[in-house]
Design a protein around this ligand. Structure first.
Ligand SMILES: [Mg+2]
Length: 185
């Protein structure tokens, strides 16, 4: 039995385009310019004023608005049929979302995303994966992927089109590719 740890934002959901559209409305910035420059969450956090207020005002909306990635439900169901356990491991926390567990749980169940367990506020995903007995981990964030990979756990980086790359990781661009990596011939 394989126990798979999976991130939410930009791995299960396409959060980033929604994030940029909220940024553009909130700060009066041009959406298409933002999309072209692909600033990271970190970069915008550092440069935009009153960012903490933006988080409070908008992150709960973002969590509800972000659409699912293509084929994610279909592939996760296939993994369940293969006997895999799915553990959602997200850094979403109380400072950003007030009710991170509920908002995530409600979204995932409403959208028929199968999972066995959910961990929120995961700061060190390497340690979290070890204590959860995770066999395979999937996340878009390079830092998280390296931290888990360095614990000797098979790690797949979901490439959501950000500028940062690491070719030493297994990089995939779709959920069909995730399935190929895990069960392809
Ligand atoms: Mg993520």
């Amino acid at each position: 039995m394989m126990r798979i740890g999976i991130d939410i934002d930009d791995t299960i959901t396409d959060t980033y385009p929604v994030y940029l559209s909220l940024i553009s409305v909130y700060y009066g910035l041009d959406y298409n310019k933002l999309l072209k420059n692909k600033p990271s969450y970190k970069e915008l956090h550092k440069t935009l004023p009153d960012y903490d207020k933006f988080i409070k005002d908008c992150f709960h909306l973002m969590a509800k608005m972000a659409p699912l990635k293509k084929n994610v439900v279909e592939i996760l169901n296939k993994l369940k049929e293969k006997g895999c356990e799915i553990v959602i491991i997200t850094a979403r926390n109380q400072e950003e979302y007030t009710t991170p567990y509920k908002i995530s749980y409600d979204y995932l169940t409403k959208n028929n995303v199968p999972f066995d367990k959910m961990i929120i506020g995961a700061k060190d995903k390497g340690l979290q994966c070890v204590s959860e007995g995770i066999d395979v981990f999937i996340d878009d964030n390079i830092g998280n992927c390296r931290a888990v990979r360095d614990k000797g756990i098979k790690t797949i980086r979901f490439d959501s089109g950000f500028k940062e790359r690491d070719n030493s990781l297994i990089n995939v661009k779709s959920w069909n590719e995730v399935y190929e990596v895990l069960f392809g011939e």
